[in-house]
Design a protein around this ligand. Structure first.
Ligand code: PMP
Length: 285
């Protein structure tokens, strides 16, 4: 595999960063995960816009322009002959000292990996997944805004550990006010009386690119979709629950904290939106 690192494509075995890189020492950096469908990089510009926004918020100066990055991504995908796969873009603060000070890191690093991904087994998409509510609260917007896709995912990882300890693959995270924020790496949607609801960004979620597409596809299908603060109670009594994300795509949730959702199978609207999403990513609508 060829990896793009600091302006050139190198063999995977030569793609290395310094142990003094603050991305490693402090999780000081930002990233994106992007799908490749049928040889096309899906929503590349939206991902790159979000990456540069994340970088701006943490005061990380990107080493190349958005246009140059788009070209570099396309080059990396081509060099690895990726047709259906997954790209990871990583911008780290760069090499510094053992102190926190980011300002002494002169050059941020940029890494592009084009590989494949399967997040969950296919069976889970058909049967739906069980989740729990995490006790770990999603970061307060005044600590690290959840809109920043930073290299420091420990908040989410703490919640993921709770899920895995409970033998389920995912956890729902709530904000400091008790409203639903997101899952550990996905956005949350629920359906009640034919209306699709998802928390507003201000509830403490990443502005998911899949989320935004699913909202649009729902509306195009004539399914009302609204952003609304949701509580744990709302999730317990909803008709359908599903998660969206670049890696997870659209996946139904059939149980939360031991409460069965609907009839215990991915619901009709979830299945419809999952199909619409597939048609969309493969250019069929
Ligand atoms: N929330 C979090 C915390 C995420 O890491 C992600 C991306 N994996 C998402 C939501 C979904 O965002 P997107 O649809 O842009 O992948």
């Amino acid at each position: 595999m060829k990896v793009w690192i600091n302006n050139k494509l190198v063999d995977e075995s030569d793609a290395k960063i310094s142990v003094f890189d603050h991305g490693l020492l402090y999780g000081d950096g930002v990233f994106e995960g992007i799908r490749v469908y049928d040889g096309n990089v899906f929503e590349l510009e939206a991902h790159i816009r979000r990456l540069y926004k994340s970088a701006k918020v943490i005061r990380l100066e990107m080493s190349i322009t958005k246009e140059e990055l788009i070209k570099a991504v396309e080059e990396t995908v081509k060099a690895n002959e990726v047709i259906n796969g997954y790209i990871r873009l990583i911008a780290t603060r760069g090499i510094g000292t053992l102190g926190l000070n980011p300002l002494i890191c002169k050059n941020s690093s940029l890494i592009i990996i084009a590989d494949s991904i399967q997040l969950y087994p296919e069976e889970l998409y058909e049967k739906g997944m069980k989740v729990i509510s995490a006790t770990t609260v999603r970061s307060h917007p005044l600590s690290l805004p959840p809109q920043v896709k930073s290299l420091n995912y420990l908040n989410n990882i703490m919640a993921k550990i709770e899920a895995l300890d409970s033998n389920v693959p995912e956890a729902i995270m709530y904000n400091t006010q008790g409203f639903v924020a997101e899952a550990t790496g996905d956005n949350v949607f629920m359906v009640k009386n034919g209306v699709v609801y998802t928390p507003p960004i201000q509830a403490g979620t990443l502005e998911g690119i899949t989320r935004n597409i699913v909202i649009r596809l729902a509306k195009e299908e004539g399914i009302p979709a609204a952003e609304s603060n949701l509580t744990r109670f709302d999730l317990y009594v909803c008709d359908e629950l599903f998660l969206t994300g670049t890696a997870a795509e659209v996946i139904g949730v059939i149980e939360i904290d031991g409460r069965v959702i609907g009839d215990g199978k991915p619901g009709a609207i979830t299945r419809k939106l999952r199909k619409k999403f597939f048609d969309y990513v493969h250019g069929r609508n």
